[in-house]
Design a protein around this ligand. Sequence first.
Ligand code: LIP
Length: 258
Amino acid sequence: MIMNYTKVIELVKEAKKFIDGQSTANFQMKGDADFVTIVDTNISNFLKEELHQLYPEIGFFSEEEDGQLVEDCWILDPIDGTTNLVYGYNMSSISLAHYVHGEGVVFGVVYNPFTDEIFSAQKGKGAYLNFEKPLKVSDRTYERSIIEFGSGSTHKENAEENFKIALSIFKDCVDIRRICSTALVLCFIADGRIDGYFEKIIKPWDIAAGSLFIEEAGGKMTDYQGNPIDFSNKKTTIIVSNGVVHDFLVKKINEVVG
Ligand code: LIP
């Protein structure tokens, strides 16, 4: 099948219209500290419909429905960083990947509607910011690194473990960041802005598109044990890095997790 990914990226950009002018008060709770906005639902419905019209044979696996990973499918997070959106923090993204069984993620786009930055990649063809700037991870060692971590706001039972790991890493690196849109975090690592990230529970739609940027930009992504990520697993642990600090993160995490 010949894919027109340029058209797909245009659709993702068009979805910004569902964010513009929305009140930050327009949201519902899915659970403790877990929000779903009308924006998530509208973007999900819009992209699902448009992509289905373009490619009816490609399946759909997204945050707002309880689907499964199928042989050939789109993996969508309509808004990654929903809490940020609800609070007007202006750090959220739309994340879309095309996954093909046996090949993995073959295309990804992450769009930050607040900065108009578009991160995109096709497997084996490099990853780019705004179609021009090639993405490349940093070469910083852990002593010079900045590390993001997911606090797990919807799983407070893991708070002690998460913050113990973060404290241990914080003492050895330059600083810790909390961007809080994992899709954007992966873009930032791929673009060399920060150097690593870990989170105890992450979903496939948060990381699918970004995983291709990490691969194309020379970084590394594994679970806490150092194994490759399985996108059919709806709750995986994750470590992403510039490659240089990966062993440091695996070691620090497993000293705590044991
Ligand atoms: C969120 C992430 C955030 C991560 C949370 C959550 P949502 O996604 O992007 O960075 O720490 O675990 O998954 O729910 O805003 O799409």
